[in-house]
Design a protein around this ligand. Structure first.
Ligand code: DQA
Length: 143
């Protein structure tokens, strides 16, 4: 069974982007860590990053199809800033009927108030935030 590691806007810049908030690991490092973690639990991962809301929606739809086929457990999703803005992503999660664990590298509740609200939380199985890139590990281990 596989888990989709889905990363949204600006997460391709990990490593160089505000390292005091997001650390110095790159997206490649994060994806490698996810593969290693999944392997320990006899899972495989597919990794996808996009800066485009529509592509993230398509990926959720595809995950929903894979779920129906029995190939997929769910999605570990860091939607970046779309977390706080996107009704469309929340609708896609609901519509595709795909289990999602919402992940954030930083503790969004410690930051600006506009980061405190998430459109994804009400349609997610769980939320992990604030553990740096270990947030992804904890999300995979949650399956
Ligand atoms: C983030 C938190 C979001 O508020 C921000 O827009 C991001 C990254 C995180 O992983 O901490 O892009 O999702």
């Amino acid at each position: 069974k596989s888990v989709l590691i889905l990363n949204g806007p600006n997460l391709n810049l990990l490593g160089q982007r505000e390292p005091e908030k997001y650390g110095t690991s790159t997206l490649h490092d994060v994806e490698q860590l996810c593969r290693e973690t999944a392997a320990k639990h006899d899972l495989s991962v597919t990794c996808l990053q996009s800066n485009h809301e529509g592509e993230l929606i398509e990926a959720l739809h595809q995950a929903g199809k894979a779920l129906l086929k029995g190939d997929m457990l769910g999605v570990v999703f860091n939607a970046g800033a779309y977390t706080h803005t996107s009704v469309a992503l929340a609708d896609a999660i609901k519509g595709a009927n795909v289990p999602v664990v919402e992940v954030h590298i930083s503790n969004v509740h410690q930051r600006e108030s506009f980061r405190h609200h998430s459109f994804l939380t009400p349609v997610s199985e769980g939320v992990i935030a604030g553990f740096g890139i270990t947030s992804y590990v904890l999300a995979i281990e949650g399956w």
